[in-house]
Design a protein around this ligand. Sequence first.
Ligand code: ATP
Ligand code: MG
Length: 370
Amino acid sequence: MDHLQAVRARLGQVRDPELGATLEELGMLGEVREESGTLVVDVALTTRACPLRATIERDVEDAARAAGVERVEVRTGVMDPAAKAALMDRARALAQRRAPSTSVPHGASVLMVASGKGGVGKSSLAAGLALALAEAGRVVGVLDADIWGFSLAALLDMREPVRVREGRMVPVARRVGAGEVRLLSMGQLAEDDAALLWRGLVVQKAVAQFIEDADWSGCDYLIIDTPPGTGDIHMTLARLLPQMGQLVITTPAAGAAAVAARAGDFARRSNLRVLGVIENMSPFTCEAGVRHAPFGEGGGERVARELGVDLLGQIPLNEDPDMLQGPLRASGEALAALAARLLDELAPRDLSGCSARLLERVEAALADSA
Ligand SMILES: Nc1ncnc2c1ncn2[C@@H]1O[C@H](COP(=O)(O)OP(=O)(O)OP(=O)(O)O)[C@@H](O)[C@H]1O
Ligand SMILES: [Mg+2]
């Protein structure tokens, strides 16, 4: 290996601190060459305004010096959208390879319901979507990751205590239509052996326990309700379930743009895919045929545009105060349409038969037989 190659190999090991992978793995390291006694290194960043630009430059310079180079110049450029998309795919795949193993089936679609904002209907939609997907014959796991503000046991009316089998928590199951909903929520943890399993545990660890020490086998979907914002709980989820996609919930209100920015930013930092935006509490038409828009209009569109994803559905505001028996059942049509779209576009991966998946299998088979 000549000197330049050796230096390049060393520089390739520099990590992108945000994406947690090396520049080489991420395809960010460009040409490395010598120009009149100076080592010139091309580094491609995802955006011009990359907040970590200075850190990456400094790390590359340090690595070059450690490899015995005296004069080094880092030239940063910006990736085109295709290269950027490829980078995100690579980062995601790397994160998945490093992820701890869980009982969540490989083929299951894991959907995190999130919003930077509280009270926008995350829990209601998580419950409503789970019911709608179960109606359509799917086995839907529901993880209430809102440890302090849990509400799913009440919303789904599934308050039976969680059982423990062979050291693992078994979600409470209920048949719904042709399918099943299986729930784990703090709201179900009574003073029995489940509580024993919890004794001495810090609440912060609860989410990890809900994933690592629970039996989610057999689920087609895992819907995860989260507390408002993007904090430790979201980070833990992203680390344990890197295959997870994010559904961003917003209301039509004007303040929604800030919500979007935060959710999108979190997703990027955690290599998560934003699957789409759902607008809740959207304008509705009353019995007298009058259209009402108490929360304004356009929030969902705006957030979707900002994140560069689709607005997957709009769930109208409903005046019935009785949750689930009320709002979401009455908004049932919009919810069913949303569920149908999720079934279509976010089908559990093993069932999707998409060409990328097939290609992957062919490649794996070829690699095995080589
Ligand atoms: N489409 C709707 N129409 C009318 N009321 C709704 C609708 N969706 C949710 N609600 C009501 O809004 C309130 C907040 O909903 P929910 O608890 O689901 O929000 P959240 O985002 O989970 O809140 P938090 O951030 O506190 O967890 C609840 O009282 C719920 O019944
Ligand atoms: Mg909630």
